[in-house]
Design a protein around this ligand. Structure first.
Ligand code: 4AZ
Length: 284
């Protein structure tokens, strides 16, 4: 997944213009369904969904967007640990000088909303890039966002994890699996899937290994609706609570390869043990 993600880095630069001028959507069978299977939404209606930006690394065109994030407290954003990798940022996160969080910007080609500097980054030291377990990081913002932008976190045993629960993902990621990065924020409806489905799909390979203690399986059993490159770190929300962060998967939108999300209840458990900077992990 990290390799795929890194491959995706060059693509937004090369294809952002193409994606708009000649929608690759028309070339992709699953396109009408898509994040993959999605539909356009407004940032104002999803104030907890933020874009992570580095124009130095990803260019100016799409505001430098390269990952998603979730506001969980006025000064705290959760994202994926793999978004903070040195091969993504070009430097350790504390030296990625132009790393910003963008809020309230539906269309990445505009300057609407706010760009906020990241004061501190904390990457889960237990993140395992082999299995992808523990794929989360905590960003502390230099300026606070309104409390109403934050979403509550699912804790251990939360009913929203029951398989079959409806959930929604949001992001500016690839809408086709072929590098069509949209200008505007999109959402897609998926379902929480049984751990057994992901255990079967991901018993352990170069992509990762599904571990139910720290990951959530979600998608569409028929395929089509899924998160994809560029959505990483963004939210999986069910019953009004954050249950997952977009993390990995094999391809995008394939029925036999569901999306894998970092299990938020496990983040809560980890942060609750006081392994993070001050403020991180508090439920809003
Ligand atoms: C990625 O590489 C990625 N289909 C994110 C989500 C999924 C696959 C890959 C899930 O960032």
């Amino acid at each position: 997944m990290r390799r795929r993600f890194v491959r995706a880095l060059a693509r937004p630069l090369a294809l952002a213009a193409t994606a708009v001028a000649i929608p690759l959507l028309s070339a992709a069978p699953a396109a009408s369904d898509v994040v993959l299977g999605g539909y356009p939404v407004e940032a104002a209606q999803n104030p907890w969904t933020v874009a992570l930006s580095s124009r130095d690394r990803f260019g100016r065109m799409r505001s430098g967007q390269f990952c998603g994030g979730v506001v969980v407290d006025p000064t705290t954003v959760l994202t994926a640990a793999h978004c903070m990798a040195e091969d993504v940022l070009g430097a350790p996160p504390d030296r990625a000088r132009d790393l910003k969080v963008i809020t309230g910007r539906t269309d990445l080609y505009t300057d609407e909303g706010r760009e906020i500097a990241v004061r501190e980054t904390w990457v889960n030291p237990a993140y395992d890039s082999g299995t992808n377990a523990g794929d989360f990081a905590v960003l502390t913002l230099a300026e606070p966002l309104p409390r109403t932008s934050a979403i509550g976190l699912a804790g251990p045993g939360d009913a929203a994890y029951r398989p079959g629960t409806e959930a929604v993902i949001t992001g500016w990621g690839d809408t086709t699996g072929f590098g069509a990065y949209p200008r505007r924020l999109r959402a897609a409806h998926v379902h929480v899937l049984a751990d057994a489905l992901c255990e079967r799909a991901y018993p352990g390979s170069a992509d990762g290994k599904y571990l139910s203690a720290s990951m959530v399986c979600a998608g569409d059993e028929r395929g089509g609706r899924d998160a994809c490159q560029g959505d990483s770190g963004g939210p999986l929300i069910a019953q009004g609570r954050l249950i997952g962060l977009v993390s990995w998967g094999s391809g995008c939108g394939r029925p036999e390869s569901p999306g894998v999300y970092t299990r938020v209840s496990e983040i809560v458990r980890t942060l609750g043990r006081g392994r993070t900077p001050q403020g991180a992990g508090k439920t809003p």
